[in-house]
Design a protein around this ligand. Structure first.
Ligand code: COA
Length: 229
C-alpha cells in the first residue's frame, strides 16, 4: 500500500518489545502485527478464527461466527489486552470534533485497552475494488469496543451485557484489502450502565509506516438478559 497526501501517521506510537511470535503465527507475515505482538504491556490468548463462536450456547455470536469468520472474509483475529488498566473516568467525555485531526482530538484512544488484529480477505469483505466495505469496518469496530468494555468487567457472575446504543464512525481513508487492519479501542468513561469507547483503525504501508484510516466513538449500555426477548 502506498501513502497518499494528508495522511495521519501512527508510527510515533513507539512500543517496548520483548517477545517473538512463533513461526506459524498467522500474523507473522505482517511487520506491524509482529511489532504489536512483542509489546510487553499487552497479553494475548490464542489466535481466534471466530469459528468456535458459531458453536456456542445460542446465536449470540452467530454474525461473527457464521458470517464474518470465513476463510474469504476475516480468517484470523488476534486480541491483545492491556495488562495494567487505568481506572475509568466517571465524567461524560466530549464527542470528538470532526474538524479536528482524530489523532489529536479528545478523548484519546491511548493507551488502548485492547489492540485487535484482523486479517481481511478479498473479495470477501470488499465494498469497492480492493477496499473494505464500511459496514464490515463498523462491525469490526463494534466488536473491538465490546472487547475493550469486557476488559473492565469482572469475569465471573456477570449477567448484564453491553449493547451498542450509538456508534459514530468517520472513514478517513479507504481500508485496503486483502491485508491487516489494526483496531485500538479504549473505554474513555463509565457512568453507571453507560460506557463510552473510542477506537482507531490503521494499516501499514509498503514502506512500513503505519497510517490512520478510521475513527470511531460509541456509547454502550449494559442490559440485563431478562429485559430482552
Ligand atoms: C440501548 C438501549 C438498551 C437503551 O434502552 P434502555 O436500557 O431502556 O435505556 P433508557 O432508554 O432507559 O436510557 C438510559 C440512558 O441512556 C441514554 N440513551 C439510550 N439510548 C441512547 C442512544 N441510542 N444514544 C444516546 N443515549 C442513549 C438515555 O438518554 C438515558 O440517559 P439518562 O440516563 O442520562 O437519562 C435500547 O435502546 C436498545 O436495546 N437499543 C438497541 C440496542 C441494539 O440492539 N444494539 C445492537 C446490538 S448490540
Amino acid at each position: 500500500m502506498q501513502r497518499g497526501r494528508n495522511e495521519a501517521c501512527l508510527s510515533s506510537l513507539g512500543m517496548d518489545h520483548s517477545t517473538v511470535p512463533s513461526d506459524n503465527h498467522p500474523f507473522r507475515a505482517y511487520p506491524l502485527a509482529v511489532r504489536l505482538l512483542r509489546d510487553p504491556q499487552y497479553w494475548s490468548s490464542s489466535v481466534e478464527t471466530f469459528g468456535k463462536h458459531s458453536q456456542g450456547e445460542s446465536d449470540r455470536f452467530g454474525y461473527f461466527g457464521g458470517t464474518l469468520a470465513t476463510p474469504k472474509t476475516i480468517p484470523n483475529r488476534f486480541i491483545l489486552r492491556r495488562r495494567d488498566l487505568s481506572p475509568l473516568p466517571t465524567t461524560r467525555p466530549p464527542w470528538p470534533d470532526p474538524t479536528i485531526n482524530p489523532l489529536r482530538s479528545q478523548p484519546s484512544v491511548l493507551p488502548p485497552d485492547v489492540i485487535v488484529l484482523l486479517e481481511l480477505g478479498k473479495p470477501g469483505v470488499s465494498g469497492h475494488a480492493s477496499t473494505a466495505h464500511g459496514g464490515v469496518i463498523a462491525s469490526c469496530f463494534d466488536e473491538a469496543m465490546h472487547k475493550a468494555i469486557e476488559t473492565h468487567l469482572p469475569r465471573t457472575g456477570r449477567v448484564e451485557r453491553p449493547y451498542t446504543a450509538q456508534l459514530d464512525i468517520r472513514y478517513t481513508r479507504p481500508v485496503r484489502v486483502p491485508g491487516l487492519l489494526v483496531i485500538r479501542a479504549k473505554v474513555v468513561a463509565r457512568i453507571g450502565r453507560k460506557f463510552w469507547v473510542r477506537a482507531h483503525a490503521s494499516q501499514e504501508l509498503d514502506t512500513g509506516e503505519e497510517i490512520f484510516t478510521t475513527d470511531s466513538i460509541a456509547l454502550f449500555l449494559m442490559v440485563a438478559p431478562s429485559t430482552r426477548l
